[in-house]
Design a protein around this ligand. Structure first.
Ligand SMILES: Nc1ncnc2c1ncn2[C@@H]1O[C@H](COP(=O)(O)OP(=O)(O)OP(=O)(O)O)[C@@H](O)[C@H]1O
Ligand SMILES: N[C@@H](CCO)C(=O)O
Length: 313
């Protein structure tokens, strides 16, 4: 249930007076999601999504809101923040930082087709290209320092062979960083549940709150590790090639990126193995329990280590 902070029709009607969005027609809580409170808001001017941020603070948010506005301006179907009458994207509602963004159409899929993988690859390539002209920077909060620190903290919960695998991988990536390849704005969490599909086309990319500045190939690896994975934790070669070829047509991959592809897949798997272990064993106070299974990413990581020639273009 992702309505942590209640908003009444009277609350939103008063809040909307700060905007040029017309008057409220309908307010509906959105049950999906685990981080923020989300409502669908329909006004006389259209369909929107209201988000109340439960953890991110008003200091964190301008990067994400400005990024979404930038990408939307470039034609990427991502939520576009609406400015209030003082021309600000960020407001406050019921004691929480809040914003209202455009509502996109489509539904997330769980078993993507080859054509849908290609559509996501193309959209990711376009997003990376459009992101090149975004002027703001954000360090990756789930980068190498975080990996080392979080791995240290979860180590004591693991059986010995998993602790060895984890420590070995953290060390490997600390000494084999993804160097000398293109950087830019990355989504960093483009899993299936963060893409709204309309048949074979992408209706929307959502949930930009892990976005940061990083290696573009790492973002491709995060996306492939979710979209192109079989239930056994191995890459589906057809889906992977479809996604990569469509990406390449939008933002050409380089020879240096080809060389680093196996390592990018490993470090992307490691990041989610660690975060899932951390959320399982060390949940933050007030976190609701959710069912992301760390073992799935352990298996993916082990399979990547065992197959050093993953599908490429
Ligand atoms: N701009 C949007 N347009 C259409 N639907 C949206 C939009 N933003 C959110 N949604 C819907 O709301 C649901 C929850 O949103 P989201 O995934 O951003 O939740 P969250 O709690 O912020 O993040 P998390 O995925 O980390 O739990 C999505 O699955 C989607 O159905
Ligand atoms: N996409 C993440 C959770 C949200 O960041 C995962 O599946 O572990």
């Amino acid at each position: 249930m992702a309505v942590f902070t209640r908003v009444s029709e009277a609350d939103i009607a008063a809040w909307l007076a700060n905007y040029s969005l017309g008057t409220l027609l309908e307010l509906q809580g959105i049950p999906a999601g685990i981080e923020n409170t989300n409502y669908f808001v329909t006004t006389t001017n259209g369909r929107f999504v209201l988000t109340l941020f439960e953890k991110l603070t008003a200091d964190d948010l301008p990067f994400f809101l400005n990024l979404m506005a930038h990408l939307a301006r470039h034609g990427i179907p991502c939520p576009c923040p609406v400015a209030d009458k003082q021309n600000r994207f960020l407001g406050e509602l019921n004691g929480k930082p809040a914003c209202i963004v455009s509502r996109l159409s489509g539904k997330s899929v769980t078993q993507p087709t080859t054509a849908q993988c290609a559509a996501v690859g193309a959209m990711l390539g376009q997003m990376h290209s459009a992101g090149q002209s975004f002027g703001e920077q954000m360090l990756n909060p789930r980068g190498s320092a975080w990996r080392a620190e979080a791995a240290q903290q979860v180590r004591r919960f693991l059986p010995p062979q998993d602790a060895v695998l984890l420590a070995g991988e953290v060390e490997f990536h600390a000494t084999h960083p993804l160097a000398g390849i293109p950087r830019g704005v990355i989504h960093a969490d483009l899993f299936r549940d963060n893409v709204l599909m309309e048949g074979e086309r992408v209706g929307g990319l959502i949930d930009f709150y892990f976005a940061c500045t990083g290696k573009l190939l790492y973002d491709v690896a995060i996306t492939v590790n979710d979209w192109c994975m079989t239930p056994e934790g191995k890459l589906d070669a057809g889906h992977t090639r479809a996604l990569l070829n469509a990406y390449h047509a939008a933002r050409p991959l380089t020879a240096a990126e080809a060389d680093l592809w196996p390592i990018a897949l490993r470090v992307a798997a490691l990041r989610f193995w660690i975060s899932r272990l951390y959320d399982l064993h060390l949940p933050r106070e007030g976190d609701i329990v959710h069912a992301h299974n760390p073992d799935q990413f352990k298996r993916i990581l082990q399979n990547h280590i065992a197959s050093p020639n993953p599908p490429w273009l």
